[in-house]
Design a protein around this ligand. Structure first.
Ligand code: FAQ
Length: 331
């Protein structure tokens, strides 16, 4: 019997269980079905989602730092209240996203540990300093604006928990973008000094905001597969172009100049054409050599240490309650 089995012709193209499962999985994706945590999924799909959702969660958490830096210096009580609410929202986004990642079988503690040892990526944009109050308006306008452009399509991502988390996140990001633009409008209608401060902030944040969308399509490692899996719905360059097309008229309305001498509107194509992006700056930031990489990680490590007693107290409390529940069950 065993010999017969060994003699059976082995056609390399014969479908295996794994091939069939992969085919069924892709058919579900193609039919726009949502994949849920308990469904079968290819390991590479799971790993891609863990990578992207974790990087996204870390970005929200590290992203609290540049703006948090201005809470004590906001120019009015109203601005302070708005900024506190915004920074708190970003913390909340990080929490939903860590929860979404946990549905893929990875522990939040493990993801946070990777961030703290400098192994995990987070968005390049949060490694730039916030030098003036105008930077707070510019972050809301450009950084949240870029985040929305990238994240609205993620509401239709094939993985259910990520897609659902993005719905609420996008609603909040939209409020953030509008508060940023309103702040910029106030500066643009203010004194010559305020207008100069707004222009200086735009000069410093424009190119890093374009880099948020990731490398150009020719250099993007993950886009093709992520689009087949409908994790991503558009390429990095497509989203970057949409952002530019939406944002340049907003800058014009503010009376500000986009710091790109080659920027021009191509009426035939219906798009703005932009000058070259300095990808060497992007790669330096990703390698840890941006203006604030070290400062950001140091701030996260110190916050993590400062919160140690809270985590220990919460764990002790949970253990105590689990103990009483066990005792009640036994009794
Ligand atoms: N920074 O092959 P691709 C926010 C990495 S949230 C750092 O194109 P993919 C809210 C990429 O991870 C902002 N790394 O990768 C807020 C990959 O590295 P790996 C965050 C970047 O995944 C506002 C490698 O380069 N948003 O702003 C960046 O297909 C205000 C190759 O790139 C999200 O995370 C970058 N900019 O596309 C908070 C959205 N770009 O893992 C506070 C979800 C690329 O191979 C205040 N993520 N890399 O070592 C995505 O949509 C995608 O992951 C992309 C990258 C589009 C970011």
């Amino acid at each position: 019997m065993y010999t017969q089995a060994l003699d059976a012709p082995q056609t390399p193209s014969a479908p295996t269980d794994e091939d069939e499962r992969l085919e069924r999985f892709q058919a579900r994706i193609d039919a726009d079905e949502k994949i849920e945590p308990k469904d079968w999924m290819p390991e590479a799909y799971r790993q891609t989602l863990i990578r992207q959702i974790a990087q996204h969660a870390h970005s929200e958490i590290v992203g609290m730092l540049p703006e948090g830096n201005w809470i004590t210096r906001a120019p009015s009580l109203r601005r302070k209240a708005v900024l506190i609410a915004k920074v708190q929202d970003e913390g909340g986004h990080g929490m939903y996203l860590y929860s979404a990642a946990e549905t893929l079988g990875v522990a939040r503690g493990e993801l946070v540990a990777q961030l703290l040892i400098g192994r995990a990526k987070y968005s390049s944009i949060f490694n730039y300093p916030t030098l003036t109050w105008a930077d707070i308006g510019t972050i809301g306008w450009l950084v949240d604006g870029a985040a929305i452009m990238n994240q609205i399509p993620l509401c239709r991502c094939s993985y259910g928990p990520y897609a659902r988390a993005m719905v609420r996140i996008c609603k909040e990001e939209s409020f953030h973008q509008r508060q940023g633009y309103e702040l910029m409008l106030t500066l643009a209608r203010g004194s010559a000094e305020q207008r100069a401060m707004a222009q200086d902030a735009l000069n410093r944040w424009w190119w890093p905001s374009l880099m948020m969308f990731g490398p150009s399509d020719t250099d993007s490692v993950h886009t093709a597969q992520s689009m087949r899996w409908k994790i991503k719905r558009f390429t990095n360059d497509e989203l970057r172009q949409r952002f530019i097309d939406a944002t340049v008229p907003q800058a014009e309305y503010l009376g500000l100049t986009v710091p790109d001498p080659e920027l021009r509107f191509d009426a035939a194509a219906g798009h703005y054409v932009h000058g070259p992006i300095d990808w060497s700056e992007f790669h330096a930031v990703l390698k840890g050599d941006g203006p604030c990489n070290r400062e950001r990680l140091a701030a996260r490590r110190s916050a993590h240490e400062a919160g140690r007693w809270v985590r220990e107290a919460a764990a002790a409390y949970a253990e105590k309650h689990a103990g009483s529940a066990r005792a009640a069950q036994a009794g």
